[in-house]
Ligand binder design. Structure first.
Ligand SMILES: [Zn+2]
Length: 549
């Protein structure tokens, strides 16, 4: 009997981001994508990765990693996986170009293997799974769906996609191949749910060009355009719109400079001889002859546009009469940061534009009609919505229902839930596997994991403050010689009540007089915490200090 196949989502089913999915057959594992989740989590957390413990515990079984495309929410957590798992990584040219920098930064050498659409690769030695790359359109070049040939038939993983019938460049989505697979029989379709709540068909990327042309032509000052630097086809349209309006173009932000160069080297930007102007040249140009491509469309304070908005950019300034185009969608969770950015830019006298007609942005994700089209083409026996918050997954499952996929064949999974396919059918296993979120802090020294206990301390410090309790005791008898004294930072409710707290602490220490040093410290901590909880309802971080004399 052919081996069962297990689908193990480790991230991206229940949130928009940290996409990571494992497919297991005959004790061998293929990993699809390994991304981060962007977060507005305060307290020094920059991104979230999926908990990769399940994969790391099975590192010997992981035969290969397959990347659908180069967005951070699909590849950003690769360094955390490849630190433990030595498997080859397959991706298209642009995808691997996006990955190389991240891996180099993390000091990781990986076995990167470039593929092109149409290529089929085994998921490791003695794995019964092989994977075919199929070209799709998305907001980054070289994106692919994957068709996995497994002991339980063909599974299609859509990756992120939209069905763009007028792409800026390239042959577009390989609908013929997907249809051919559908005719031959597809056991399971896993499909991108990001835009399941939007009806109709997504706007073509090429629909953004006219809007950019109008802004460039009509603006009397400089035009700043903020967009995702990996969206090479958007960059291309900005280049063309600027050129048509007689504007030279400058690039601001490290990511923009790097990705623009990658796009140019990989032939994703037309004009081969075209060069951006330097910041020096840009400052000398009349405002009407300059456009600037910049990072920071999500309100990131440290990105170029954020620094321009606060007038902290060393190279350029935003002046009254300049136009700023946010050629992007706000990632959920970034609304406040983007709002602050727009306020700051308006306060400098800039005209900020982000929507309108003609449009200045097009989504990279399929909407309802395209999602349903993919189901029609591939005619899957079963359906699992992926990439989305639960409500988007549920809506996508409803679209599958409307396409005739019956209830028992639509599987709404969340991270950690395993779907097992075998000759008898498919079922969600009762046991979840280890999954979850890991907070990461990125700084000059690289990326470090922030443990839950550390985050919990930071949250409590921010919310309730810190109280240090100091007591001097006799080394010989344990009797209190002086104190307790309380040194509080950021604590509310203690003023005028120290005596009450002191009495409670002394009573508790009296009971712990014969105990050892550590037990006495703990008794001191507990007494202070108890008083705060009872008297103020708050839970400051309490740091006990016992000095023996
Ligand atoms: Zn994407």
């Amino acid at each position: 009997m052919p081996s069962p196949v297990r689908i193990v989502p480790l991230g991206g089913l229940g949130e928009v981001g940290m996409n990571c999915l494992a497919v297991e057959a005959a004790g061998r594992i293929a990993v699809i994508d390994c991304g981060v989740l962007f977060t507005d989590e305060p307290f020094g957390v920059d991104v979230i990765t999926p908990d990769l413990g399940w994969l790391i515990e099975r590192r010997e079984q992981v035969g290969a990693v397959f990347l659908t495309h180069g967005h951070e929410d699909h590849v950003g957590a690769l360094p955390f996986l490849l630190r433990h798992v030595a498997a080859p990584v397959y991706g298209t040219r642009f995808t691997l170009a996006m990955v190389k920098g991240r891996l180099a930064e993390a000091g990781i050498t990986a076995d990167l293997r470039e593929v092109a659409p149409g290529d089929v690769r085994p998921a490791g030695e003695d794995s019964p799974i092989s994977v075919e790359f199929i070209a799709v359109t998305h907001s980054i070049p070289d994106a692919c769906s994957l068709a996995l040939t497994t002991p339980q038939g063909v599974l299609i993983h859509s990756g992120d996609f939209k069905i763009d019938e007028r792409p800026v460049r390239g042959p577009g989505m390989d609908l013929a191949r997907l249809e051919a697979l559908g005719q031959a029989g597809v056991r399971l379709l896993l499909s991108d749910s990001t835009n399941a709540e939007r009806p109709g068909w997504a706007l073509s990327e090429s629909a953004v060009g006219p809007g950019l042309h109008d802004v460039m032509a009509e603006a009397t000052g400089r035009v700043f355009v903020a967009t995702f630097s990996s969206n090479a086809h958007r960059l291309q349209q900005v280049v063309e719109a600027a050129a048509a309006a007689g504007r030279r173009l400058a690039l601001l932000g490290r990511g923009m400079v790097e990705n623009f160069e990658i796009a140019r080297q990989l032939g994703q930007l037309l004009e081969p001889g075209w060069m951006p102007v330097t910041a020096d040249e840009a400052r000398r140009l009349p405002p009407r002859e300059l456009a600037i491509l910049t990072t920071g469309s999500q309100g990131e304070p440290r990105a170029a546009l954020g620094r321009l908005a606060r007038d902290e950019h060393p190279e350029l300034k935003v002046h009254a009469g300049d136009t700023v185009v946010l050629s992007s969608r706000q990632i959920p969770g970034n609304e406040l940061a983007v709002g602050r950015l727009v306020n700051e830019l308006c306060a400098r006298g800039a005209l900020v534009r982000w929507e309108g007609h003609p449009p200045l942005h097009a989504t990279g994700h399929a909407q309802e009609a395209e999602q349903r089209r993919l189901i029609q083409l591939t005619r899957p026996e079963r359906f699992v919505p992926i990439h989305g918050e639960y409500r988007q997954l549920a809506r996508h499952a409803a679209h599958a229902a409307a396409e005739g996929i019956p209830p028992g064949r639509r599987h709404l999974l969340t991270d950690g839930q395993v779907l097992e396919l075998d000759d008898a059918g498919a079922r969600v296993l009762p046991e979840r596997v280890r999954s979850g979120r890991v907070a990461i802090s990125r700084d000059e020294g690289g990326a470090v994991e922030v443990a839950d206990a550390v985050l919990d301390d930071r949250r409590r410090l921010a919310e309730f403050g810190l109280c240090v309790a100091v007591v001097q005791v006799s080394a010989a008898t344990g009797a209190v010689l002086a104190g307790p004294e309380f040194h509080a930072r950021g604590v509310a409710g203690l003023d005028g009540r120290e005596a009450e707290l002191r009495a409670e602490v002394l009573a508790a220490l009296g009971e712990a007089v014969g105990a050892g040093g550590e037990a006495r410290r703990e008794a001191l901590r507990q007494a202070v915490r108890r008083w705060f909880r009872r008297a103020t309802g708050r839970r400051p971080v309490v740091e006990p200090v016992i000095i023996e004399r």
